[in-house]
Design a protein around this ligand. Structure first.
Ligand code: DON
Length: 307
């Protein structure tokens, strides 16, 4: 057994047994019923070997982890023009906060808070039908993960739409500043549905490989983004990927990472590995409680901090 295999097995066993599991997100009713006892981890190394532990093949709602992929797509479509619509600074506020938007004239702080991700989705939509834009996002994930079974969980999307009052407010507020170009309903429809994409840890770790390897998928040689773009997306994940918990995540884990309220985290050890963890219980900032602890243990044991 390799050091990595031993580390993954031990971490998975420890996380499955821990009593402190955080609180499952309840503001999206479909997520409230997810078993807080779940824990999964998959690490894919530079040679493409996948090391899995726990519930590695159970699909979960990727939620805000999808924002890494929509950011990648939007940068591919409009390049640096994207930065006219969204900033690149940590917000220091919760993921669904509205307070900075008025002072900053409707331009969200970064592409990972809800307002910023909605603005990014609006760029991807750019006059297309919502169905086409969503299809584009889903096909991108299926291509990255080399798995066409990845799907949108319609029940989760409907449930979020029913209770998405904050996001509806954020989108309308941005629209009043001219930051949202499409009909608000269209943009939000695509946003709710891409957040509702369901993936396993194995699929998510596969999808993250390009970020760990300078924009390329090592096993196929295909180039997804330039090395420079991959570095920049990783920089945003490090500084903004965990909202007002980003500093703590960088301090403890030391890797670029993106969390979602479904309890998933995609983390990147540049040149070494793409890592996906999932545990549905969240901490006070809405990030996976055990997911973060598992990544902290893995990064320490493997010496994988970027610092
Ligand atoms: O818009 C929302 O509130 C959810 N679809 C996504 C939020 C999220 O995942 C925040 N991450 N920790």
């Amino acid at each position: 057994m390799t050091e990595l295999e031993a580390a993954v097995q031990e971490i998975a066993a420890e996380m499955a047994a821990r009593p402190d599991r955080g609180e499952v997100a309840s503001y999206i009713s479909e997520l409230a019923g997810v078993d807080p006892g779940a824990f999964g981890i998959v690490v894919i190394d530079a040679d493409g070997n996948a090391v899995a532990g726990g519930d590695a093949d159970t699909p979960f709602s990727i939620q805000s982890v999808s924002k890494v992929f929509t950011l990648t797509l939007a940068l591919g479509m409009v390049g640096d023009l994207l930065w006219r619509r969204v900033g690149r600074e940590p917000s220091g506020n919760p993921f669904n906060s509205i307070v900075q938007l008025e002072r900053e004239r409707g331009v969200p702080r970064n592409p990972f808070i809800n307002a910023g991700a909605i603005a990014v989705t609006d760029v991807i939509l750019s006059g297309h039908q919502p169905r086409e834009a969503l299809g584009e996002i889903l096909r991108f994930l299926q291509f990255l993960a080399q798995d066409d079974t990845i799907y949108v969980d319609r029940a989760v999307a409907e449930s979020e739409k029913r209770t998405g009052f904050r996001n509806i407010a954020l989108a309308n507020y941005m629209k009043s500043f001219g930051v949202i170009a499409n009909p608000v309903d269209f943009t939000l429809g695509v946003y709710f549905h891409h957040c509702a994409i369901a993936m396993t840890c194995r699929q998510l770790a596969m999808a993250g490989r390009y970020l760990a390897h300078s924009g390329r998928i090592p096993s196929t040689g295909s180039s997804v983004v330039s090395p420079e773009r991959a570095r920049r997306i990783n920089a945003l994940m490090l500084t903004c990927g965990h909202y007002d918990g980003s500093g703590e995540f960088a301090y403890r884990v030391g890797l670029p990472g993106k969390s979602g309220v479904g309890g998933g985290i995609l983390a990147v050890a540049p040149g070494r590995a793409s890592i996906a963890v999932w545990s549905p219980g969240l901490d006070a900032n809405g990030n996976s409680h055990l997911g973060r602890i598992a990544l902290e243990k893995l990064a320490r044991r493997m010496g994988w901090s970027i610092f």
